[in-house]
Write a protein that binds this ligand. Structure first.
Ligand SMILES: Nc1nc2c(c(=O)[nH]1)N[C@H]1C(S)=C(S)[C@@H](COP(=O)(O)OP(=O)(O)OC[C@H]3O[C@@H](n4cnc5c(=O)[nH]c(N)nc54)[C@H](O)[C@@H]3O)O[C@H]1N2
Ligand SMILES: Nc1nc2c(c(=O)[nH]1)N[C@H]1C(S)=C(S)[C@@H](COP(=O)(O)OP(=O)(O)OC[C@H]3O[C@@H](n4cnc5c(=O)[nH]c(N)nc54)[C@H](O)[C@@H]3O)O[C@H]1N2
Ligand code: SF4
Ligand SMILES: [Mo]
Length: 703
């Protein structure tokens, strides 16, 4: 294992104290640079790096208490083996030697069986976003093994594909320019909760006189602090954007010069949007016509105009096409001409990390394993042929976070499924494991990070030795590879080797970036000029180099190449039969003091969030005889769960909101939001559709 690295800021008189450059590992667009102070081998302070421009010295409430997570009393300290029934969380301590010996024996036997290695499924997601611990040695291991491939679609794949259709890749505005915008549309995003460091820039813009408009069916913490809040029905954002386009074209609020030079398919688009009148959009979105017309006029006249799209709006059946449609707006009005104009969903493709070297897909050696969609893991675990017989879970808590829990739990309850869970805590998923392996936290391992919400590379140096017997993911797969007899040299790369490999690139996008420099300073900015407008002169990363109103990439997939409205799968308008039984749209967005299901086991954060709660509109509550504070049951054909009604009028009528993701075992009836969400996937990218979900609500114990 690699020795902990000490960074700068050593005070000579204080040699037992050091400050280590680290990176926040969480699935959050802010990817903060952190400084960890260590004394006598123990981390004693964590704070945001004041030198890193985007972090600007602050961490969110969650991560400023990260030391409580690292040193939590319920931290897993050694490997465990199941002694009770699956799901009962009954384990005994075993040694690493015994644990790895048993895992290797089981995997070897499955790989050699008639059904072969495709019976083995890696199940990982974004518990850490560091490239070494997220996707390196693990991928090498499973590629060499020939295991089933996992399509990691839980979060962003619909929106990513939508942006790709229009712009060519996950690129957009530099978030550091938002403070110079005069109009900001926060479209399906609650940045106070999920993108704090962008919010400070949005507020600065507002102080300087910008108009900030939240577009969200829910009056979120951020929406209530905006200049204006527009609350369309969930899953209707595409219709809203089309109605805006109609007005922009009809009233000639468009930038014909920009369109002529830097876009593809305008004539067809102009013809197409004739049918999408504001009256049409108003009906679909359930908004006043005047509100849509005003929004379009603001967007067509105020400069610079920025759109912050986040992933909330794409967790719907039509989410991919909706993101694509919204991404057409800046080119129509020429908003890309200014650095503080354009759209931002993700900055991910400004980077060119060397994923092929990290993950080594060539180790498949020509084998083409099946692919399982993570958003339908319940079906995959209960009805695949050949069956999945072993699952290795890491960076992921699928029993809590994957949709349609009844099916997910049925899968994890299978006596014939060999299940390994690597985590720092006994999660809802770990309760079903045959073997649990203790994982290091970010303070205990090396890593290298990109961000999907800014333009810096970050290094994470270990601050302390691993707590208990915990090991980094990389080391577990290294040791397993040795036991499986995988003798390729890549299985002996150290974590620092991996970090270095990630950054070795001939791409101009990585010019000047190196592991050694990033490691010393903690961070490095990509070679993107500051305060520049990336697409002022066009040059989009699309096949045509233009912003594609018409996408041949979509046409090749049999999808309408022009923007259109793709309705939600579950809504009063799109599925009236279902809506007669389940008339309320159910949204379960991030809770402020959790990060997905991370932190939800720690007392401090559960105390902040108090208890699972369902925010409701007073009319929806009254119609069901529900009062503020009542215990209520949310249900549909997939399942049900119990929580506390909070009748605060923040969701629009017809919508209920349950901040998530709670651990089931800390919830009133051992269930959570994903007991009612569906495994249906979105129109693009196979993305999950968590917020496309109809339910009914009643007082618990009957009306
Ligand atoms: N504190 C905290 N921060 C987080 C997370 C967390 O769990 N907690 N999760 C992290 C992760 S993994 C991600 S992907 C990002 C998530 O980022 P997002 O998914 O963008 O989450 P939010 O910022 O909460 O914004 C979601 C908002 O979208 C709204 N919404 C839902 N459906 C629709 C719709 O159809 N149309 C529109 N216009 N709005 C809709 C919801 O009401 C909610 O207010 O945040 C990251 N940051
Ligand atoms: N109902 C509903 N469900 C949702 C969402 C929603 O908004 N509503 N959001 C969805 C979204 S956007 C996302 S991104 C997913 C997130 O789903 P996940 O990526 O599964 O995220 P977490 O729930 O935070 O669980 C991550 C787990 O990884 C562990 N972990 C962290 N670091 C390491 C490490 O270095 N090694 C190992 N072995 N383990 C580690 C943590 O302790 C934690 O238990 O959830 C999705 N599920
Ligand atoms: S969770 Fe987000 S805001 Fe909080 S410290 Fe990490 S990167 Fe920064
Ligand atoms: Mo996510």
């Amino acid at each position: 294992m690699n020795a902990p690295h000490t960074a700068s800021a050593l005070k000579p008189q204080d040699t037992d104290r050091k400050v280590v450059h680290a990176a926040c590992p969480h699935d959050c667009p802010d990817t903060c640079a952190m400084l960890v102070t260590v004394k006598d081998g123990r981390a004693i302070e964590i704070k945001g790096d004041p030198a890193m421009p985007f972090t600007d010295g602050t961490l969110c409430t969650k991560v400023s208490h990260y030391l409580e997570r690292t040193y939590a009393p319920d931290r897993l300290l050694h490997p465990l083996k199941r002694v009770g029934a699956k799901g009962r969380s009954e384990f005994k301590r075993i040694s690493w030697d015994e644990a790895l010996g048993e895992i290797a024996a089981r995997l070897k036997a499955l790989a050699a069986s008639d059904e072969g290695p495709q019976t083995i499924l890696p199940m990982s997601y974004a518990g850490t976003m560091g490239m070494a611990q997220y996707s390196s040695m693990d991928r090498r291991f499973f590629h060499r093994l020939g295991a089933t491939l996992l399509d990691r679609t839980l979060c962003s794949s619909a929106g990513k594909a939508g942006i790709k259709a229009t712009l060519g890749a996950s690129v957009g505005m530099d978030p550091e320019c938002f403070e110079d915008s005069k109009l900001i549309l926060l479209w399906g995003t609650n940045p106070i909760v999920s993108n704090l460091h962008l919010w400070s820039r949005v507020q600065e813009a507002k102080r300087r006189g910008a108009k900030v408009i939240a577009i969200d069916p829910y009056r979120s913490l951020s929406a209530e602090k905006c200049t204006q809040h527009i609350a369309p029905l969930p899953g209707t954002d595409g219709a809203l954007a089309l109605g805006m386009m109609h007005v922009l074209v009809a009233e000639n609020l468009i930038d014909r010069d920009y369109i002529a030079r830097h876009t593809l398919g305008f004539d067809e688009l102009a013809e197409r949007v004739k049918q999408y009148t504001p009256e049409w959009a108003a009906k679909i979105c359930a908004l006043p016509v005047a509100e849509i017309v005003q929004l379009a006029r603001d967007y067509g006249t105020i400069r610079p105009a920025a759109i912050r799209l986040n992933y909330g709006m794409q967790r719907h059946a039509g989410g991919g096409i909706a993101a694509r449609t919204i991404a057409c707006l800046p080119a129509l009005v020429g908003a890309w001409r200014e650095a503080a104009g354009g759209v931002l969903l993700s900055t991910g493709d400004f980077y060119a990390f060397d994923h092929a070297t990290l993950e080594r897909p060539d180790l498949l050696g020509g084998r083409v394993p099946r692919i399982v969609n993570q958003s339908a893991i319940g079906d995959a675990l209960t009805s695949s042929t050949p069956p999945i017989r072993a699952v290795i879970v890491y960076n992921n808590n699928p029993v809590a976070v994957c949709p349609d829990s009844n099916k997910v739990i049925a899968g994890f309850s299978r006596e014939d499924l060999f299940c390994v869970v690597m985590d720092s805590f006994l999660t809802d998923t770990a309760d079903y494991a045959d073997i649990v392996l203790p994982a290091t936290t970010q303070l205990e391992h090396f890593d290298v990070h990109k961000s999907y919400g800014h333009l810096y590379v970050l290094a994470n140096n270990p601050a302390i030795a691993p707590v208990g017997e915990s090991l980094p993911n990389t080391e577990v797969f290294r040791r397993l590879a040795a036991r499986m007899g995988f003798d390729e040299p890549c299985f002996r790369d150290t974590d620092e080797d991996l970090c270095r490999q990630a950054l070795v690139s001939t791409s101009p996008r990585m010019r000047g970036i190196s592991w050694d420099e990033a490691k010393q300073a903690g961070w490095q900015r990509l070679p993107v000029p500051e305060r520049s407008a990336p697409f002022a002169q066009g040059g989009f990363p699309s096949p045509s180099g233009k912003c594609e109103f018409r996408s041949d990439w979509l046409a090749q997939q049999g999808i309408d190449p022009l923007p259109f409205f793709n309705p939600p799968a579950e809504s009063v308008a799109s599925n009236t039969a279902l809506a007669r039984r389940y008339p309320l749209s159910f949204i379960s967005p991030p809770a402020r003091h959790f990060l997905n299901s991370t932190f939800a086991n720690l007392k401090r954060f559960r105390d902040f969030e108090k208890e699972p709660r369902l925010e409701m509109h007073p009319e929806d509550a009254a119609a069901r005889g529900i009062a503020d504070g009542d215990a209520v049951r949310v249900f549909n054909d997939r399942g049900s769960y119990t929580l506390r009604a909070q009748v605060d009028g923040k969701p629009r009528r017809g919508v209920v909101v349950a901040p998530s993701v709670w651990w089931k075992k800390f919830s009133p009836d051992g269930r959570n939001a994903n007991d009612v969400t569906s495994q249906r996937v979105a129109d693009l990218g196979g993305g999950a559709t968590f917020y496309d979900c109809l339910v009914e609500v009643e007082r618990a114990g009957g009306a």
